[in-house]
Design a protein around this ligand. Structure first.
Ligand SMILES: *Cc1c(COP(=O)(O)O)cnc(C)c1O
Length: 412
């Protein structure tokens, strides 16, 4: 997406608006798929990164499945046209009733604690296939909130509890067809993926009926100029080698699954915002924009770096700015950034906003969530309308006794 395309989208659809480029999504998907070429690899898109139905359908056309982390995501996936068998359901800390609902829908269930595993066995015996999420206790990832494999993590069943797992599995005759791990996000190093894989191969010796192994995700993308991204070709080649070796030992070709989110959609997206005020204080020049942490939480939540450009004034003199939102919090998109001179009304583009951007947005300060636009086949399509006041109040229920007399008169 070049700057003039983005600028015309801001003009046509208003701001703040998320824009995604379908070609980039497809390109990232194919790149990852091709990295594991010699293998029977299946990618389940982690839809929590960006769940617009059009993005889901785009990836369905590419042959992707879906990784869903809530029963609602399962429903959205089915609505987008995915078959239940193409959906992996990987919940955490859910009640058994939600597991039952997912089984009824026919999706693959990934169990991540011993109590639920035992309830699953007692209820279903060997009648429903399942996968088990193992926590290999590998410390990896860009931020403690998104590192999920470490010793203090709430995710998965500890690799040290395998004996307890097999005890339950044998007693209830549970049909374990998959093993899964997901150690975190923003993992750069191919060795980390390989270390995890090796640990999972060891666990697999205890499970003779496997059909697949799922190595999760965590592929890192470049946020800053000069940032490194995971070398997926290298990861692919090394995992492919070790996986083939493992399958030979296991005696059967298994499917290899991954569930990338960020890698597929992050770079496809930009958040377009308009500068409301340029404000000089004693210490700083602020560019205050018509969006905030309610629309893109990652800078505030993860201290994430998102590149910001002034697309309205590409030849302006470079100056130092702090780019902030309009929320009653110190919501900052970026500090001390060199931008082409920012004037009130200029449109800024915030990059790498495709993953965990819109999907983490909220209505704090009673602001509307942004519109979403997809550039597909050379056209820009509105794929989600900007919210309205109706969206803010539609679920609110009024207590009649609290309604003021004057208002009652008005209502009558
Ligand atoms: C969030 C998540 C993913 C996707 O992680 P990315 O870093 O966005 O690729 C994959 N699997 C599970 C279980 C997750 O919770």
């Amino acid at each position: 997406m070049n700057h003039s395309e983005l600028l015309s989208i801001a003009g046509n659809f208003g701001t703040p608006t998320y824009v995604y480029d379908a070609d980039t999504i497809v390109q990232q998907y194919r790149k990852l798929q091709n990295s594991f070429k010699p293998l029977n690899v299946k990618l389940h898109y982690a839809m929590k990164a960006l769940n617009n139905i059009n993005v889901l359908r785009l990836l369905k056309h590419e042959g992707a499945g879906i990784d869903a982390v809530s029963i609602q995501e399962v429903h959205l996936g089915i609505r987008a046209g995915f078959l239940p068998k193409e959906i992996m359901y990987t919940p955490n800390c859910v009640s058994f009733s939600e597991i039952k609902e997912a089984v009824d829908l026919g999706v693959m269930i990934n169990l991540d604690n011993l109590n639920i595993l035992e309830q699953f066995g007692a209820y279903y015996g060997d009648s429903v296939n399942c996968c088990i999420r193992i926590n290999p206790h590998i410390m990896a990832g860009g931020n403690s909130n998104i590192s999920v494999g470490h010793i203090d993590s709430k995710f998965g069943i500890s690799i040290h509890q395998i004996r307890h797992v097999t005890r339950i599995v044998e007693h209830y005759n549970i049909s374990v067809v998959g093993l899964h791990m997901h150690t975190g996000s923003d993992i750069l190093d191919a060795d980390v993926f390989l270390r995890g894989a090796n640990l999972l191969y060891d666990v697999a010796r205890e499970f003779p009926d496997l059909q697949f192994m799922d190595f999760g995700s965590g592929f890192k993308v470049a946020y800053k100029d000069g940032d490194m991204a995971t070398n997926v070709e290298q990861v692919g080649q090394r995992i492919a080698e070790s996986f083939q070796e493992f399958c030979k030992w296991y005696g059967r070709e298994l499917e290899l699954w991954f569930e990338p989110g960020k890698y597929i959609v992050s770079e496809s997206g930009s958040l377009l915002v308009r500068t409301n005020v340029v404000k000089q204080t004693t210490s700083t020049v602020f560019a205050g924009v018509d969006s905030g942490q309610n629309h893109l939480l990652r800078p505030m939540l993860y201290n994430a770096y998102h590149k910001i450009e002034n697309i309205s004034n590409p030849n302006g003199e470079k100056k130092l700015y702090s780019i902030v939102g309009n929320i009653c919090e110190s919501d900052t998109f970026g500090n001390d950034r060199l931008l082409n001179e920012v004037r009130e009304g200029d449109v800024l583009s915030i990059s790498n906003a495709g993953a965990y951007g819109f999907s983490m947005s909220n209505q704090y300060n009673a602001r509307f969530r942004p519109a979403e636009v997809l550039i597909y086949d050379g056209e820009s399509y509105l794929i989600r309308k900007r919210e309205t006041i109706q969206d803010l109040i539609q679920n609110e229920v009024e207590i009649p006794a609290l309604v003021q007399q004057e208002e009652l008169v008005e209502i009558d």
